[in-house]
Design a protein around this ligand. Sequence first.
Ligand SMILES: Nc1ncnc2c1ncn2[C@@H]1O[C@H](COP(=O)(O)OP(=O)(O)OP(=O)(O)O)[C@@H](O)[C@H]1O
Ligand SMILES: [Mg+2]
Length: 343
Amino acid sequence: MLNKFKRNIISSKSNIIFLSITSFLFLFLFGLFFRLSFSSIVAASIFFLLFNLILLYLVGGQRNKELDSIKDVISRIRTHSVNFDNEISLGSELEELEIEIKAMFLRSQNDIQNLKKLEQIRTEFLGNVSHELRTPIFAIQGYIETLLDGALDDRLVNRTFLQKANQHTINLNNLLNDLIDISMIESGEMKMSFRYFNVSEFFDSVLNEFKPQAVKKNIELQLLPFNHSLQLFGDKQRLKQAISNLLMNALKYTESGSIKIGVYEEENGAVIFVMDSGIGISKNDLERIFERFYRVDKERSRDLGGTGLGLAIVKHIVEAHGSIIEVKSEIGKGSKFSFRLKK
Ligand SMILES: Nc1ncnc2c1ncn2[C@@H]1O[C@H](COP(=O)(O)OP(=O)(O)OP(=O)(O)O)[C@@H](O)[C@H]1O
Ligand SMILES: [Mg+2]
């Protein structure tokens, strides 16, 4: 009881000083004004003092109750005993504080979830990278060991084994370049240089690189007619990388038919597209093809030297141009990838 009294009074100690001074001044002036005797002023002072103490005891008690409930809520949040915001309650007098604490709780819950998601993405990414690195390294190791074990002198296989090992080193190099690109884009380190460029010249230089592969696969590679003086705004070098990735896919995933590339103008910009008559992509896969390392047919893609990073890079480059990459596709009929650029 005595402790509770002390605690309540201490809780309201800032009010004690104020009340004591004002009471004393009031009594002093009151006594002077009514010419009261010294003993009546002392009696009145004692009465006021007791009255103040009782008042402060009650005020302090209420304050302690409120502080205890706030302390309790904070400690429950800190020890993760609160799962939902409606478990937080401070009563009607502290309604505004309750709303603030609830908002803070929801915010920190959201931050924790985001951190967990990031951690999971990081772990998955590391797992994927090590897996993708292991495949070509094991293959190269296997060919070299076989050659050292005697195949080097076997004229029938030695060249083929070296060629295969060489192809795996090329794949390894491509993978590393893609990984460097992805990490530079995601960390914001990749410097973009936006300028107006001539679309006709741009398409010519990209297509020239792919013509031999198209001829080899007997696929028609066609540039659809457009306004040859058209200028668009973007980073030409990065856009070349994006279009090359799209063309590389079109060539990889088309067995026969054609690949069409073109541009159509709109009021403030233009849409660039790459269209193929290849195997197409199912609706479920369409939602995931832009994820890092995602491949519809892992075996087929890996055989073709793919790691599933190509479209993730395209997406990043297009988004760095303030645009979005769109895709329409139907199984067995082909795919069309497109994005807008500013004029
Ligand atoms: N034009 C296309 N036609 C059919 N499927 C496609 C096409 N483009 C992409 N895909 C599918 O989307 C997946 C992801 O493509 P992405 O370019 O990211 O990876 P990849 O081509 O497998 O490997 P990488 O580009 O890293 O060499 C591919 O594995 C393929 O299954
Ligand atoms: Mg690709």
